[in-house]
Design a protein around this ligand. Structure first.
Ligand SMILES: [Ca+2]
Length: 291
């Protein structure tokens, strides 16, 4: 039986999570805010173009480095004229991201675009492919409070042109093993505390997969079998707001998607990622049902 297609207008009837709970989603600080607790307020702010005035959380890829340009050709920017989340190109017409990034409802006048092949967000480099979305499929079990099943698929309006700048990342053959070296990239905030410093150039960070035991100890009762931790227990290096939906690449495969965490780069609180291997049947079914 095909999974139901969830429209983002689903959000209209669902208030934003009443923060604080420990699972702070890592969508852009301009979009997701601890202080704003109703849809209406946030929608109005965005509709009047006041996204920059929305209070922000701390956030970023912390402790990373500028990626070699176009070394992550599957990297997508979910964009409303400003970057707010990441995504991963998994074939010529589909991008995988996290459900907590789905803000397509908020700005019907300027619908979400997907930008591929980018490095410097502010400068046209001739490598970018701007895509409209044809369809967005949330996981039907997505829970915005626990962030379980935090995954969504975006079908692009047209297939991309595959080249050295735009290329899909293969889905994983198996589930990730602790200690595996991985890397993650994003245009999320690079400042800490209450500062905001959105980078123009794509930032990279190398992170190992962590043992499940460490992940559960860091977030007792909050880590489901569909989540995996990656990063460093001593803090200092992590992903953060604006990096949500970015892909965790391990040995040439997509093993995770940036989902949530407590703060960013705090000692004892590593990043929590969607464990992509758990969703292979759903991805397969969804793609086949939406050919
Ligand atoms: Ca650019």
């Amino acid at each position: 039986m095909p999974h139901p297609k969830f429209s983002c207008t689903f959000l209209i009837t669902n208030p934003l999570p009443a923060f604080p709970f420990v699972q702070v989603p890592r969508a852009s600080p301009g979009v997701f805010t601890r202080q704003t607790d109703t849809m209406i307020q946030l929608a109005l702010l965005l509709l009047v173009g006041a996204a920059a005035a929305v209070p922000h959380e701390n956030g970023k890829i912390v402790g990373g480095y500028e990626c070699e340009p176009h070394s992550k050709p599957w990297m997508a920017s979910l964009n409303y004229g400003y970057h707010f989340c990441g995504g991963v190109l998994i074939n010529e017409q589909w991008v995988l991201s996290v459900a907590n990034c789905c803000f397509c409802f908020y700005n019907p006048i300027f619908p979400m675009q997907i930008i591929l092949g980018d490095h410097n967000l502010r400068v046209f480099e001739g490598t970018e492919q701007l895509m409209k979305t044809q369809n967005i499929v949330w996981h039907p079990s997505y829970n915005y409070q626990t962030l379980d099943y935090d995954i969504m698929l975006i079908k692009l309006f047209h297939p991309v042109e595959i080249n050295q700048y735009v290329k899909p990342l293969p889905l994983p053959a198996n589930c990730p093993i602790a200690g595996t070296p991985c890397s993650v990239a994003g245009w999320g905030n690079t400042a800490s505390g209450d500062q905001v410093n959105l980078p123009t150039h794509l930032q990279c960070l190398d992170v190992p997969i962590l043992e499940d035991e460490k992940c559960h100890n860091a977030y007792p009762g909050l880590v489901t079998p569909r989540m995996v931790c990656a990063g460093y227990m001593d803090g200092g290096r992590d992903v953060c707001n604006g990096d949500a939906g970015s892909g965790l690449e391990c040995l040439g495969e997509l093993h995770g998607l940036v989902s949530w965490g407590r703060g960013c780069a705090l000692p004892g609180y590593p990043g929590v990622y969607v464990k992509v291997c758990e969703y292979l049947p759903w991805i397969d079914e969804t793609l086949r049902a939406n050919m």
